[in-house]
Design a protein around this ligand. Structure first.
Ligand code: NDP
Ligand code: MG
Length: 334
């Protein structure tokens, strides 16, 4: 069944005119959504802890940031735009007790609501409006007159009014210019986790490293391996983005296309597909959520150690050197 998609004409911004929108967190999504809403004429307040650059940024954008609990208390719509791994604790300690019936509890990713870490009190509906892009793009597209497409979902037993407010909110951040796809908390959360684990972050990173390692171990120069297995990936992905696999295959040589059809299925095998199903099952049963929540309870020891080891992979060393020689790349170092 094709998805329901809403556009500008399906949303009424005036529904928000007597509402106060509390944006909790002035990070990637927070700074973008808050500014877009303000430019759309909405009443926006910011809950942001002092002492860091994000606090100063909010001030420089004309806001008067206040503590999270104060903003949660003042807001009619309260949008939690804090990192997913701290939301559960901050919600229990600073937000939950400040909500009153009729408030709407919002988020841009369903993880904590779906897996029971953020549970709304009686009379408070949950609402997800999730831009399908990073915050800086949500802001730059809006100022350029466009908008990043969004997802919308309401929690169990939410009213029709909540959905209308969600569409108005999506319009306020520019989302209805790009299209707002109707989904559920479960679908958004599960597909988002699956995509990042299996394809976008986990799958692609391992594929790149494995290709690079294979060439280097066979005696080829690491610089060559870097170009073939990492640098050129962007050129291929840009073609996907513009015209799907068809356009990529139309653009590359016939030799590359033949290699794609005949060798690709030997890399992503039946075994890989079976593992994808197991990973999806771990997401759906909450096993992944539990692992990640417990990891954070333990101070993220294993996460931090893995991050440190991964940063030392040979592809990072050669990549850093080569990128610094390509002046047109806006190269970044972590
Ligand atoms: P960021 O990490 O960019 O921003 C985090 C904000 O939360 C900052 O203002 C930070 O303040 C504050 N914060 C962090 N830790 C604490 C703490 N312990 N106590 C109080 N405040 C804290 O988050 P994102 O914008 O990336 O993510 C927000 C939500 O949006 C998440 O649910 C995410 O899944 C979702 N999302 C993110 C997307 C993205 O591209 N980034 C895309 C779509 C959805 P300080 O500066 O003081 O640390
Ligand atoms: Mg995602």
């Amino acid at each position: 069944m094709a998805a329901t998609i809403y556009y500008d004409n399906d949303a009424d911004l005036s529904l928000l005119k007597d509402k106060t929108i509390a944006i909790l967190g002035y990070g990637s999504q927070g700074h973008a959504q808050a500014q877009n809403l303000k430019d759309s004429g909405c009443n926006v307040i910011i809950g942001q802890r002092p002492g860091g650059p994000n606090y100063d940024l909010a001030v420089s954008h004309g806001f008067s940031p206040m503590p999270i609990d104060e903003a949660a208390e003042k807001g009619d719509l309260i949008n939690i735009l804090l990192p997913d791994e701290v939301q559960g604790d901050l919600y229990r300690d600073h937000i939950r007790g400040k909500l009153s019936p009729g408030n709407i509890l919002m988020c841009s990713h369903g993880f904590n609501v779906h897996f029971g870490q953020v549970e709304p009190p009686q009379g408070v509906d949950t609402l997800l409006v999730a831009p399908k892009g990073p915050g800086h793009l949500v802001r730059s597209e809006y100022t350029a007159g466009g908008g990043v497409p969004c997802l919308i979902a309401t929690g169990d037993s939410a009213s029709e009014e909540t959905k209308k407010l969600g569409l108005a909110y999506a319009k306020g951040i520019g989302g209805t210019r790009g299209g707002v796809i109707e989904t559920t908390f479960a679908e958004e959360t599960e597909t988002d986790l699956f995509g990042e684990q299996v394809v976008l972050c986990g799958g692609v990173s391992e594929l790149v490293k494995a290709g690079f390692d294979t060439l280097v171990e066979a005696g080829y120069q690491p610089e060559m391996a870097y170009f073939e297995c990492m640098h050129e990936l962007k050129l291929i992905v840009d073609l996907f983005y513009q015209g799907g696999l068809n356009y990529m295959r139309y653009s590359v040589s016939n030799t590359a296309e033949y290699g794609d059809y005949t060798r690709g299925p030997r890399i992503v095998t039946d075994e890989t597909r079976a593992e994808m199903k197991r990973i999806l099952n771990e997401i759906r049963t909450g096993k992944f959520a539990r692992d990640w929540i417990l990891e954070n309870r333990g101070g993220a020891a294993s996460f931090k150690a893995t991050r440190r080891l991964e940063r030392q992979h040979a592809i990072e060393e050669v990549g850093k050197r080569l990128r610094s020689l390509m002046s047109w790349i806006d190269s970044k170092e972590v």
